[in-house]
Design a protein around this ligand. Structure first.
Ligand code: MLT
Length: 222
C-alpha cells in the first residue's frame, strides 16, 4: 500500500497505472472521494475493481467533524455550510490539478467516483469547476448547491447511483440533482437501487459497466 503524501493541504494517495501499456495509456485518472468518516485509503480497492488500469487519486477530506473526515462543513445532516463548500470545492479542484501534474498524468481525463459526502463534493466540482472532470460516478449524492448561472457541462457523462429508501436523501432531491445536471448539458444516467444509504455490490457492478462502456470500448476501436 502506498504511503500517504501531502499537497496543497490535502493528504492523499496516488496509485499509478500498473504499466502504461497501450491499452491503459488512455484510461482516465479516477478521483476517489470517500464518505464522512472515511479516509484516503477507503476507496482504493474499489477503484482498482471499477476500472482496472486506471491511475487512482484519493484525497482525504480536509474537515474534521468530531474526528470524522469530510470534504466540507455541514450545519446539520443534509444542511450544508455553502460558503465553506464553495471554498473547499475550489481548493480540491486546485489540488487535483496540482496532483495530476506532480504524478505525470496531467494529459488524462479525470473522472470522479464519490460516495455520500464525497459524491456531494464531486457534484459541487461539476457545478463550480466545469472542465475539471470528464465524468463522474455519484453514489448517494444530493444537491450540494445551485449555482447561478448553471455551468456548461455539455456531454459530460454522470452516473447517479441513488437509493429509493435512503433515509438521508429524499428521492425528489436526487431528481432535482439529475435535473440540474441535465439542464447544464450533462449526460445523466440515473439508476435506483431498492436499498438504503449504504453502497451495494449492485452499485459497484453498475458503475464498472458504465465506466467500461465509456472508457474502454472507445480505446479498443482506436
Ligand atoms: C453530507 O453531509 O455530505 C451528506 O449528509 C452525506 C453525509 O456525509 O452524511
Amino acid at each position: 500500500m502506498q504511503e500517504s503524501a501531502e499537497l496543497l493541504g490535502h493528504r492523499y494517495r496516488f496509485v499509478p497505472a500498473p504499466r502504461a501499456g497501450r491499452e491503459t495509456a488512455r484510461r482516465p485518472v479516477l478521483l476517489l472521494l470517500h464518505g464522512t468518516g472515511g479516509d484516503e485509503a477507503d476507496l482504493l480497492p474499489l477503484g482498482e475493481l471499477l476500472l482496472p488500469g486506471a491511475p487512482l487519486l484519493s484525497p482525504r477530506g480536509t474537515v474534521s467533524e468530531q474526528g470524522a473526515a469530510r470534504f466540507f462543513r455541514r450545519l446539520a445532516p443534509g444542511v450544508f455550510d455553502v460558503d465553506d463548500l464553495i471554498q473547499r470545492t475550489h481548493a480540491l479542484a486546485d489540488f487535483v490539478q496540482a496532483a495530476v501534474e506532480r504524478h505525470g498524468v496531467a494529459g488524462r481525463p479525470v473522472v470522479a467516483v464519490g460516495y455520500s459526502n464525497g459524491a456531494n463534493i464531486a457534484a459541487s466540482l461539476l457545478l463550480l469547476r466545469p472542465g475539471l472532470l470528464a465524468g463522474a460516478v455519484l453514489w448517494r449524492a444530493m444537491v450540494p448547491l445551485e449555482p447561478e448561472p448553471l455551468p456548461d457541462l455539455t456531454g459530460t457523462p454522470v452516473l447517479l447511483g441513488a437509493a429509493r429508501f435512503d433515509p438521508m436523501i429524499p428521492n425528489d432531491n436526487v431528481e432535482w440533482l439529475a435535473a440540474l445536471l441535465r439542464e447544464s448539458g450533462a449526460s445523466v444516467t440515473l439508476r435506483w437501487q431498492d436499498t438504503g444509504h449504504g453502497l451495494t455490490q449492485a452499485d459497484v457492478r453498475e458503475a464498472a459497466a458504465w465506466l467500461a462502456t465509456l472508457w474502454t470500448d472507445e480505446e479498443s476501436t482506436q
